[in-house]
Design a protein around this ligand. Structure first.
Ligand code: 0O2
Length: 273
């Protein structure tokens, strides 16, 4: 690689650095939203979150396609930082939008609702462009980021269509395009069907999650007791736990967890005094 090319790469790194930081920070924040819901025993409207900084080749291709100057890059290319939020149900998308609207660290610049108005291709997704402040070694920099919010079904379609568009350089043959359009209709139907059983699925998932968290807390309590309680007592607690766990009654397990908390608290108080 020549010196000039090296410099150019360094310049790209400098330009894209704050966007990389924005993607990293936003991923942490959205993942915490998922975790906070789970910890509170609530259903999370966010199923999964992904992020990327736009590749240099993709930036150059977009600038050329939109006939824009490279000096206007940071203004004109709104998705240098891209976040994709995946939801299980269409209804969850509104919830995610509300969460973003209520945040003090994300300012909404614009939205594009390709769910209410699907693209001709069949593409469905909800897009938000936000302003987000990153603290760099040079001070605070306000960057733009694109957040795409869609269901798992919409994402499946978009991923397949994107690969085909890439393969055929944007000119997908008519027969394949027609099949993609049919698939988009089928996925729309699937999203509707899933919505009709949303409450049942949400209840089942929330109670699975609550049980998972409860069992993890109980096991961690038992593990900590190993350090302080006598072995015979621990074995008794463990046997009791297996019995309650195998019984499969959530209320009983919850009651057992509370009793264990009291025992653990007793040992903690003893160790302080
Ligand atoms: P990439 O490679 O995903 O980053 P334009 O890019 O001019 O079509 P604009 O004004 O930048 O559109 O915004 P728009 O329409 O909201 O599209 C932004 C992004 O949405 C695109 O980024 C794609 O990721 C996605 N997208 C939009 N339309 C389609 C579509 O028909 N199919 C698929 N699979 N994705 C779509 P990029 O930079 O175009 O592409």
């Amino acid at each position: 690689m020549k010196w000039g090319e090296c410099m150019e790469l360094q310049l790209w790194k400098e330009i894209l650095g704050p966007y990389r930081q924005a993607v990293d920070e936003l991923l942490v924040k959205f993942n915490h939203i998922i975790e906070d819901h789970h910890n509170a025993g609530l259903y999370s409207p966010i199923e999964q979150v992904k992020g990327r900084v736009k590749s240099i080749s993709s930036i150059l291709e977009k600038l050329q396609r939109k006939n824009q100057n490279i000096n206007e890059l940071e203004d004109k290319i709104e998705d240098l930082a891209g976040i994709r939020i995946l939801c299980q149900f269409v209804e969850d998308i509104d919830k995610v939008v509300q969460i973003i609207e209520n945040r003090s660290d994300m300012e909404i610049k614009s939205i594009k609702d390709y769910i209410a108005n699907a693209k001709d291709s069949g593409y469905r997704s909800y897009h938000m462009i936000i302003y987000y402040d990153v603290n760099t070694i040079h001070g605070v920099k306000r960057v733009q980021a694109e957040i795409q919010i869609r269901t798992l079904a919409m994402d499946f379609w978009a991923t397949v269509e994107h690969s085909l568009a890439y393969k055929y350089q944007g000119n997908i043959p008519e027969d394949i395009r027609a099949r993609l359009s049919g698939a988009a209709d089928a996925l729309l139907l699937l999203d509707h069907e899933m919505s009709s059983v949303r409450n049942v699925i949400m209840d089942a998932q929330a109670s699975n999650k609550a049980k998972e968290t409860l069992v993890a807390d109980i096991l961690s309590n038992i593990q900590n007791l190993y350090k302080v309680a006598n072995k015979r007592e621990i074995v008794k607690i463990q046997d009791e736990f297996y019995k309650v766990y195998q019984g499969g009654d959530f209320d009983e397990l919850s009651h057992f967890g509370k009793q264990l908390d009291i025992i653990a608290e007793g040992y903690r108080a003893q160790s302080i005094s």
